[in-house]
Design a protein around this ligand. Structure first.
Ligand code: BES
Ligand code: ZN
Length: 854
């Protein structure tokens, strides 16, 4: 039942090879007879040959299926089983294909196809999981209506669309909207629902449900409110209405991803929907709100209009990430959301784009599509849409989107279709802009300036380093948002978007009384790396005066990086002027607490490593760690006298509400507590731990204590209190590794893999431990190599259980070329060890060989 061992020559798929399927699928009827180890799936599919088909090979995908019988128009036929599916001789007119297969959901630990999680049946079909359920043309450009009958003795049995009948031991569903198979879903088990309802703008009543395992009912209210807000927002902002009478969400514990947008039946990793003040942090609440919105928004951007093939993945994911970011900005704070997204982009996408796994937002080849649900497809895909919106302007953006929905509703589309809509709506030629979809790599933009006789000139030079398979890059369209400040801090030119189109280009500003201070790349208007000679005092000036909140934060962030880089490279002491600027900002109660918390959050150590690497230095993880420690200790001492007052002033009293305001205050309060804990021996944190009535404050206190190595008692107490709550336990596992000193990180992680609650079968738990290991920069990259070794061992062990999660976590090694030759040799040895594993999955094989070959 295992995938064939693909160590030899795995197949590569190319965008240029696209050919439509030779048959129309008119309808699909599926009958499931559920049984944990022997579920029978009967399919009845009406096919009709396309008159104009270039290729009429009748090939149906199928993997890990036992074929029991196949019929055409009621007559048994012999299908030829071939690699990855079957072929059959079929009539040249419309016919009914019927097949019966048997599958083993209980043995399915890969969590793709039909599987079981804690006794509950559950599916995950995107991208190519439907072929593990039955034989089918499992490609997104084949769309059909589905009728589903589920037979079994589960109390609740759900599928897509609307319920059409149910009785003792069976339930039937019909989804009237044609959809690709990847949006199919089935859930069956002992579930309870948290109900809700929504009346759409045209007056249709929609029944909403969040289905959970008994015991989790109390954690659904926040998700339900988020769902209603999402439905309303999509009506208000995009004019898009929901299109079924029912919208179901199901929470499942064992899930490879965050959540999945199956039509009318979204399936969520329980970590991305279940929330309560006692068990979830502010960050969890924000993420849950965003992901519920994201999956809901897919109903139009993904489901009603889907992708022609998987190379077009960013058509739905980039756009939907862009939409969910707009939603979060509207629900919470626009600048805070922007800053958070840029931090994440730099942490995840920039390293990807600058390393061996670099690929364009629309890749042109893959071996395993699951490996391309990447930061580039998602986050850079969303950035590209943000740039498009900036270039054409808001009105044109919404005009183009309206045209997109009118023109392509019900279709499976390409990036070309998407850009054509913008061209038609605006009359603009987007052929150069399209390079953003085909070129990999993060452009560098070098800025120089000149001032004479009242005229200020900014000159931009763009270039993009080579990436695998793309040695040369053409200049792209880069929307560069720029404002100018006078030396006294007034804004003398409001934000203007300069469209860079050439390798080198200058822009002039006339009539300036004195040389201005430029504020460049406001709102982070393009995903590029800006290179500009500037001074720390100019950065401090922008931190104090810029009218663009993003660039105010950016100035502080750049300053923080410079200070740390200087500490690492020259052993410099923390810059006193910077410490003063920080102190001033932290004490300035006029400033948004969330913003102050962000400015107070140090750049990540991995970010410093990346910056050093970009500047041609070899990062030393231990030195970066030491600099971070010294800096934070010095900052704590500098703020010593004001910390108790700041702590008190930012403490949020009263019942916990997970709103943006409260979250911002708690974030600042948490930063202050962590500084305070370095000075008071943990007294305040211990008090906060003891009195906290919500997870945000309990966790912040525990983290501060553990970081200071003063949290042993609280960590024990935390375990005792929460050992039966799997989501909180994930935090407990991760935190111990995140807080470990570099030399103790691997050992701590290793010990936790021996813990009775550790499991290879639950992706959340595996990620809690191995993700925390990879995320502890100095610990993972400790010179002993123990971190690399531990991760490799665990990835090898996980691969035969769950290839998809293994392959994703391999990316922890993608930055390996940044480091010194000893570390590179250690990582290379681990990567080679993984690659030599017999029976290695296609997923992991592809990731590791890409990392090794670049
Ligand atoms: N369609 C994806 C889920 C998915 C990803 C299925 C990969 C199969 C393979 C879903 O819409 C999604 O993008 N989920 C994200 C979260 C989102 C907020 C970006 C996820 O699961 O991480
Ligand atoms: Zn998505």
């Amino acid at each position: 039942m295992n995938d064939a061992a693909p160590n030899a020559a795995p197949q590569t798929f190319y965008l240029k090879d696209y050919k439509p399927f030779g048959y129309e699928v008119e309808s699909v009827k599926l009958t499931f007879q559920l049984s944990p180890n022997a579920t029978k799936v009967h399919s009845a599919i009406r096919f009709s040959p396309k008159a104009d088909a270039e290729d009429n090979r009748f090939f149906l995908h199928g993997e890990q299926l036992s074929l029991i019988s196949a019929k055409i128009d009621g007559t048994p036929v012999t299908a030829r089983l071939v690699d990855g599916g079957l072929e059959c001789d079929v009539p040249r007119t419309s016919f009914l294909w019927e097949a019966e297969v048997e599958i083993d959901p209980a043995a399915n630990t890969a969590l793709e196809g039909l599987y079981m999680s804690k006794g509950m049946y559950c599916t995950q079909c995107e991208a190519e999981g439907f072929r593990k359920i039955t034989y089918y043309p499992d490609r997104p450009d084949v769309m059909s209506t589905f009728t589903v009958r589920i037979e079994g003795d589960e109390p609740v049995m759900l599928s897509n669309g609307n319920p059409t009948g149910a009785g003792e031991g069976w339930a039937e569903w019909h989804d009237p909207w044609p959809k690709p198979a990847y949006l199919f879903a089935l859930v069956a088990g002992d579930l309870v629902n948290h109900p809700g309802s929504f009346t759409t703008k045209s007056g249709k009543d929609v029944e909403l449900n969040i289905w959970v395992r008994p015991g989790d009912e109390g954690k659904c209210a926040f998700g339900m409110e988020a769902l209603k807000k999402s439905i309303k927002w999509d009506e208000d902002v995009y004019g898009l209405e929901y299109d079924l009478d029912l919208f179901n969400i199901v929470a499942v514990d064992d899930f490879n991803m965050g959540a999945m947008e199956n039509k009318g039946l979204n399936i969520f990793n329980s970590s991305c929907v279940l929330a309560s003040p006692e068990t979830s942090t502010d960050a969890n609440f924000e993420r849950i709100e965003a992901i519920i919105a994201h999956e809901y928004f897919h109903n139009w951007t993904g489901n009603r209009i889907t992708c022609r093939d998987w190379f077009q993945l960013c058509l739905k994911e980039g756009l939907t990430v862009f939409r969910d970011a707009q939603f979060t900005a509207d629900m919470r704070s626009e600048p805070v959301k922007r800053i958070e997204d840029v931090i994440a982009l730099r942490a995840r996408q920039f390293p990807e784009d600058g390393g061996p796994l670099a690929h364009p937002p629309r890749p042109e080849e893959f071996q395993e599509i699951n490996n391309f649900y990447t930061a580039t497809v998602y986050e850079k895909g969303a950035e590209v849409i943000g740039m498009l919106k900036r270039l054409v302007g808001d009105d044109n953006y919404y005009k183009a989107l309206k045209l997109y929905f009118e023109r392509h509703d019900g279709q499976a589309c390409t990036i070309e279709d998407w850009l054509k809509v913008f061209e038609d709506a605006t009359g603009r030629d987007l052929s150069q802009f399209k390079l953003w979809y085909s070129q990999a790599g993060t452009p560098r933009v070098k800025v120089s300036e000149d001032y004479a006789d009242g005229t200020y000139t900014l000159t931009f030079e763009q270039s993009t380093p080579p990436t695998p398979g793309q040695p040369e890059k053409a200049p792209r369209v880069i929307p560069m948002a720029v404002g100018l400040l006078s030396p006294n801090g007034d804004e003398v030119r409001a934000t203007e978007v300069l469209d860079l189109t050439e390798a080198k280009q200058s822009f002039t500003f006339e009539g300036l009384a004195s040389k201005p201070v430029p504020s460049i790349l406001r709102e982070f208007s393009a995903p590029v790396i800006l290179e500009r000679e500037t001074t720390n005092s100019e950065r401090a000036f922008l931190l104090a005066h810029d009218t663009d909140p993003f660039n105010r934060w950016e100035a502080g962030n750049a300053l923080a990086k410079e200070v740390r880089v200087a500490m690492v490279l020259d052993g410099a002491a923390p810059d006193a002027a910077y410490l003063d600027a920080l102190e001033k900002l932290v004490r300035d109660d006029e400033q948004d607490p969330a913003f102050r918390a962000l400015v107070l959050s140090p750049p990540s150590q991995s970010d410093i490593a990346q910056t050093l690497h970009e500047r041609g230095h070899t990062p030393d993880p231990q030195k970066i760690y030491d600099a971070a420690e010294t800096f934070t200790q010095t900052l704590a001492q500098q703020l010593e006298t004001s910390l108790p007052r700041l702590y008190a002033a930012t403490t949020v009293e009263g019942p916990y509400v997970p709103d943006a305001d409260g979250a911002g205050k708690r974030a600042l309060n948490g930063r202050i507590l962590s500084l305070l804990t370095r000075l008071d021996g943990g007294e305040q944190a211990a008090r906060q731990y003891a009195s906290a009535d919500n997870m945000t404050q309990q966790y912040a206190a525990l983290a501060a204590l553990m970081k200071a190595e003063k949290g042993e008692a609280q960590s024990k107490a935390f375990f005792e209190q929460w050992q039966d709550d799997r989501l909180v336990m994930d935090k407990w596992f991760a935190l111990q590794i995140a807080c470990a000193a570099p030399e103790a990180t691997a050992a701590t992680a290793k010990e936790l893999t021996q813990h009775p609650l550790f499991s290879m079968k639950n992706p959340n738990r595996f990620r809690a431990v191995m993700g925390a290991l990879a995320g502890n920069h100095a610990g993972f990259h400790h010179a002993s190599g123990a971190g690399y070794q531990l991760l490799a061992e665990n990835l090898i062990a996980l691969d035969s259980v769950n290839p998809q999660t293994t392959a994703r976590m391999c990316a922890a090694f993608q930055t390996w070329k940044r480091y010194d030759s000893e570390r590179q040799a250690q990582i290379q040895a681990e990567l080679e060890r993984i690659l030599a594993t017999s029976g290695l999955s296609r997923d992991t094989h592809e990731m590791v060989s890409r990392m090794l070959s670049a």
